[in-house]
Design a protein around this ligand. Structure first.
Ligand SMILES: [Cu+2]
Length: 312
């Protein structure tokens, strides 16, 4: 018995490290592993609750909107030396003053206010984020980030016309030199968006969990100073597409303001990304009617409003 036990024990000594290595290997390959790396951003009321520092490279964000208003998060990469304090002093006031004047019917004076934006504001690089998210919904969005100083912001407006970023929805986020080491998810549906062709998607969309890749073939500054992004919207039978389209322009007094149009539920998406980059968006689709739309003026004429159905 003794020699047998000895053989048994010594084989365990050999097998255990081997099994342990296999275990580690399986852990690193497991698809669930990715979920450990998801960066959570929560809005309770008019806030962003998240970590302050994240690695560069590919990051997946789960933006959870627990509030009663529609929000998004957009990451603005700031030029060297500019911070949240500079934004509060030099960027938010011209936008708010301009918007207030436009709301009062003084369009010309309102747009003139935007000329007071500092020159450095035009060096801010919109670097992605979620699409619009209705109350009690969330958006799982994956983007690649360069190291730098970012402001996480939402510029939906309260019912009185005040931008959310003036009410607490502007938060500094540091992206470090250290790379996350993550890879983007594998897309089940590939899409392209550009100023010249709008939203391009060539396959029917099936029900269930879908991972969309959105390639930003170009990026421009639209009439309302922002670029194009991609938002997924669930449509009820009473949804009015024209009302949705006009709501998607923040510079309109009735645009991007609480309440959101009736009959639409915003399910997230990918916010403005730079030309030539790709963002990913994962969502579980129930059968029903949906639309893709960009948060730009006159989306339909730019082919940036497209409806589709998910069959049972
Ligand atoms: Cu908001």
């Amino acid at each position: 018995m003794k020699p047998l036990k000895k053989i048994y024990c010594s084989s365990l000594v050999v097998i255990f490290p081997f099994l342990f290595i296999i275990f580690l290997f399986m852990q690193s390959c497991s698809p669930d592993k990715k979920k450990d790396h998801v960066i959570e951003i929560v809005t309770e009321v008019m806030d962003f609750q998240s970590v302050d520092t994240i690695p560069s490279g590919w990051n997946t964000f789960n933006y959870i909107n627990k509030s009663n208003e529609t929000h998004f998060f957009l990451l603005d990469k700031y030029p060297a030396g500019k911070t949240l304090e500079d934004a509060e002093k030099e960027v938010i006031p011209p936008f708010q003053n301009g918007m207030d004047l436009i709301n009062e019917g003084n369009d010309e004076e309102g747009f003139a206010e935007f000329n007071k934006l500092p020159a450095w504001f035009f060096e801010v690089l919109f670097s992605g984020g979620s699409g619009l998210v209705s109350p009690k919904n969330s958006s799982l969005t994956t983007i690649k980030l360069e190291p730098g100083y970012y402001i996480m912001e939402c510029y939906v407006k309260m019912a009185n016309g005040t931008f959310h970023n003036a009410m607490g929805m502007a938060k500094a986020l540091i992206v470090t030199e250290e790379d996350s080491g993550h890879l983007p998810p594998e897309a089940s549906v590939e899409m392209t968006i550009s100023s010249t062709e709008g939203i391009i998607i060539n396959v029917p969309i099936a029900r269930g969990l879908q991972t969309f890749s959105i390639y930003f073939k170009d990026q421009i500054t639209h009439e309302n100073f922002v670029g194009h992004d991609l938002n997924l919207v669930k449509l009820s039978d009473d949804a009015n597409l024209e009302a949705l389209e006009s709501w998607m322009n923040w510079a309109d007094p009735k645009g991007l303001i609480t309440p959101a149009p009736d009959g639409v539920t915003f399910l997230g998406g990918v916010n403005d990304l730079p030309e030539g980059t790709t963002g990913y968006f994962e969502v579980n689709l129930e059968p029903g009617n949906y639309a893709w739309i960009s948060e730009v003026p006159n989306a339909a004429s730019k082919n940036m409003l497209k409806t589709f159905s998910v069959e049972d």
